[in-house]
Design a protein around this ligand. Structure first.
Ligand code: GLG
Length: 815
């Protein structure tokens, strides 16, 4: 549907109309003649035009939503890493050609214009980005699905590299305003913290009255989620915390100015910062406040809207509403929904419990023990007194039931408790309170069933399922790799671009043998490599050789992801080149990027090592064009969009069993990079899809890792002693080889003194071998492009459209 420009009555869906509307809008926002306008003005104008178009459709969608005809999905997540939206909106509206051509004719640089948009970093990594991909796919498939989260004032920090080290700088993403949100103060709700619960008997029924609480106002900001060329517009609702009254007047009047100010800043602090840790559990009161904040506010609005259209009744709620909780951060949805149903709506406990379980589903994203949230009981009890009572009751009933059904398993029953060892176990709460629990790749789901949540699986086998992650091809391939998109269109037609239809890329398979096609594919890759090389030259001053292999590892920096293994191999290559500068090696460029949590000292040491090695290697005339190492600072969605299309090798080298799924692996694959990785997470499914001949796999299996971890038997020192290459490299880490001040004792110790928890040394030799194999295959460009084609052809199942369809069938059953 195209709307009309209110003043000119011209539709904005023809080039001419767009041109007029754009010029007019630029003049409105700048107050100057078009010829005087800046890129900023042009960006603001285009953003406004896009929003005008989308909001008209949004209104229609929202009124449909209000009628509650269809089942609605709500994703509750503490992170939504949405990336820049302008171009995605333009593409989803089907405006791309019109906008590109018109701007070109007007002499406006579309790319520069897009760069004016501050990339909102409201997430850390895969978990938050997955939500953004899911929103895109849900809308593309025409499902009513919405996000519910927090509008952080400060997103993830901006990463700078100074003296080879990560330095964190605050990211003020809102400083120039944000054109794609609409604030709805009339829909604000109150969230209550602290206080006491008074029990009163009214008409023979117990009433729980929460009083003396500290109220905080939750104000919603809605961002439209526009479906790909359809008329669905869903919503991402992000909540911002405000004091209930902007100024606590009574306190202020009594002269307690500081106290009044303090209340205000305490309230606002709740949505002030995104915790910059993607796996480490942050045991902070503020974090718990954040979790309850978006859970309470989100549920309140959903319930209000539901009741409004169901004559004030909550009956039937689970048939119309799916509350999907993304990891354990929103697990308080379970007791909060119970509180609403029991305390506010007067349902009996059992009925309410049944409704709650039916409404809620839970996805787990990691098996790392440090990420499984546990809150001190007294903290929860004090901050959320009524919610805590409900958790206690859920726990009491659960343990009673277990002891009744499994009287001889008292130990196991207790181990599954929500409340134990003085803590609230959020994963247990989430599993007990949901009808569906899933992992994010087959292997991960298996580990959940057999290890992490084994006891729960024994009790609730039907609850457990698996949905492999996916990514949106509309952003990460069609949008960021236009050359490839056009080649695919020209080769197999355009049907593959229809939402949910990406598997039809398999039609590409015969072209794997087609020399002309492979040549074109190679040319497109080369152009993308040049584009990345240009970006790196401009931002870092490093010159890359676009004829070398681009070997890329971009993701959060974590020990288990083993960027260390990568860089140790780089040092090996460097040592080899130093002793034989004329060695016949295929020139290679190693590109790494990613942020480390500010408090994760070890990960920051790895960043320093990468940069120190890069410095040394890139400035050594001996290695010439054969080896380059680049650490690209401040990895975020926008940078990612330039990197994936340029990659040839996708490094996915986590310790097997540790990476739940990974989603970068999928983004690389659909851009034709070949996976070099362990059999971990979704790498396993990538290997299955393309066949073992079309990936480079190496290293310990998850079972081997598990066995070492449970039965012992690994000694890193033995590996070290039997491999002279490792002796040299690890020696260089501490003997001043990289400069007097550049010692890496901590890394050295972790590998040798602390027995190398992540099996870096154990997997070193197989990793070196597979790297050599990959380089040799690269010498045969025909073979390489053939493998690349096969990877693209099989990447359809890694579209988030497929994930959403799986969730639909296995979990939500919307239809
Ligand atoms: C997690 C996992 C990733 C996973 C992502 C999305 O570590 O393996 O791909 O969620 O499910 N915290 C994460 O990034």
């Amino acid at each position: 549907m195209a709307i009309t420009d209110k003043n000119t009555k011209h539709k904005v869906n023809t080039k001419e109309a767009f041109r007029k509307a754009f010029i007019k809008k630029v003049e409105e926002v700048s107050g100057e003649d078009f010829s005087e306008s800046t890129t900023r003005h042009q960006y603001e104008a285009l953003a406004e035009l896009v929003m005008e178009e989308i909001t008209a459709e949004w209104a229609v969608n929202n009124s449909r939503l209000h009628k509650m005809e269809e089942k609605q999905i709500y994703f509750f997540s503490i992170e939504f890493l949405i990336g820049r939206l302008l171009k995605a909106y333009v593409n989803n509206l089907g405006w791309d050609t019109m906008v590109e051509e018109t701007l070109n004719e007007l002499g406006v640089d579309y790319e520069a214009l897009q760069s004016e948009e501050h990339d909102p970093a409201l997430g850390n990594g895969g978990l938050g980005r997955l939500m953004a991909c899911f929103l895109d796919s849900t809308a593309a498939l025409g499902f009513p699905g919405h996000g519910n989260g927090i509008r952080y004032k400060y997103g993830l920090f901006e990463q700078k590299i100074i003296n080879n080290e990560q330095v964190e700088v605050a990211d003020i993403w809102l400083k120039n305003g944000y054109p794609f949100e609409i604030v709805k103060p009339d829909k604000a709700v109150v969230v209550k913290y602290n206080g006491d619960v008074r029990v009163e008997e009214v008409n023979g029924k117990m009433q729980f009255i929460h009083e003396n609480y500290d109220p905080v106002l939750a104000v919603p900001y809605d961002i439209p989620v526009k479906g790909y060329r359809n008329n669905t517009v869903n919503s991402l609702r992000l909540w911002s915390a405000k004091p209930v009254e902007d100024f606590d007047l009574s306190t202020f009047n009594q002269g307690h100015f500081l106290k009044a100010m303090q209340r205000k800043s305490e309230a606002e602090s709740i949505s002030q910062i995104l915790y910059p840790s993607d796996h480490g559990f942050e045991g902070k009161l503020l974090r718990l406040k954040q979790e309850y904040f978006f859970v309470c506010a989100g549920l309140k609005r959903i319930v209000r809207r539901y009741k409004k259209h169901n004559h004030g009744s909550m009956d039937g709620f689970p048939d119309k509403i799916c509350i999907h909780i993304n990891d354990t951060h929103p697990a308080l949805c379970v007791p909060e929904l119970m509180r609403i149903l029991v305390d506010e709506e007067g349902y009996d406990w059992d009925v309410a419990w049944d409704m709650t379980i039916k409404s809620i589903s839970f996805t787990n994203h990691t098996v790392l023990p440090e990420a499984l949230e546990k809150w001190p009981i007294d903290m929860v009890q004090k901050l959320l007194p009524r919610v805590y009572q409900i958790i206690e009751e859920i726990n009491r009933r659960f343990i009673n039931d277990m002891n009744w059904f499994y009287p001889d398993q008292v130990d196991r029953n207790y181990s599954m408790a929500i409340l134990k060892d003085g803590q609230v176990h959020m994963a247990h709460l989430a599993i007990i309170g949901s009808h569906s629990v899933n992992g994010v790749a087959e292997l991960h789901s298996k580990i959940l069933r057999e290890e992490t949540f084994r006891d729960f699986y024994a009790v609730f086998p039907d609850r457990f399922t698996s949905v492999t992650n996916g990514v949106t091809q509309r952003r990460f391939m069609m949008g960021s790799n236009p050359g490839l998109k056009t080649l695919l269109d020209d080769t197999i037609g355009t049907d593959w671009k229809k939402p949910g239809n990406m598997c039809s890329l398999e039609a590409l398979l015969p072209y794997a043998q087609d020399a002309a096609f492979c040549q074109k594919l190679g040319d497109i890759k080369h152009a993308n490599k040049e584009r990345l090389a240009k970006y790196i030259k401009e931002t870092q001053g490093i010159v890359l050789n676009p004829d070398s292999i681009f070997d890329v590892q971009v993701k959060r920096i974590h020990e288990y992801k083993r960027q260390l293994l990568n860089i140790l191999h780089v040092i090996l290559t460097y040592n080899q080149l130093r002793s034989n500068p004329n060695a016949d090696i295929v020139p290679k460029t190693y590109i790494l990027a990613g942020k480390a949590a500010p408090s994760y000292v070890y990960a920051k040491e790895v960043i320093r090592l990468i940069n120190v090695v890069a410095d040394r290697v890139n400035n050594d005339p001996l290695v010439k064009d054969k080896l380059k190492v680049v650490f690209v600072p401040n990895f975020n969605v926008s940078v990612a969009e330039i990197i994936y299309p340029a990659a040839e090798i996708s490094e996915q080298i986590s310790t097997a069993g540790k990476e739940a799924s990974g989603t970068g692996n999928m983004k690389f694959m659909m851009n034709g990079a070949l996976t070099l990785g362990t059999m971990d997470g979704a790498n396993v499914e990538i290997a299955e899809a393309v066949g073992m001949d079309n990936v480079f796999t190496f290293g310990l299996s998850d079972t081997e890792v598990y066995n070492y971890n449970t039965h012992g038997g690994y000694r890193s020192l033995e590996v070290y002693e039997s491999d002279s290459r490792l002796q040299e490299i690890l020696g260089q880490l501490i003997n001043g080889f990289f400069g007097e001040s550049a010692g890496f004792q901590m890394i050295y110790d972790s590998l040798l003194l602390h027995n190398d928890t992540y099996f870096v040394l154990k997997d070193f030799a197989p990793y070196v071998d597979i790297q050599d194999i990959a380089s040799n295959v690269y010498r045969d460009q025909k073979q390489w492009q053939k493998m690349s084609t096969i990877n693209i052809a099989h990447s359809g199942i890694f579209s988030s459209d497929r994930s959403i369809e799986d969730y639909e069938k296995r979990v939500w059953k919307v239809k």
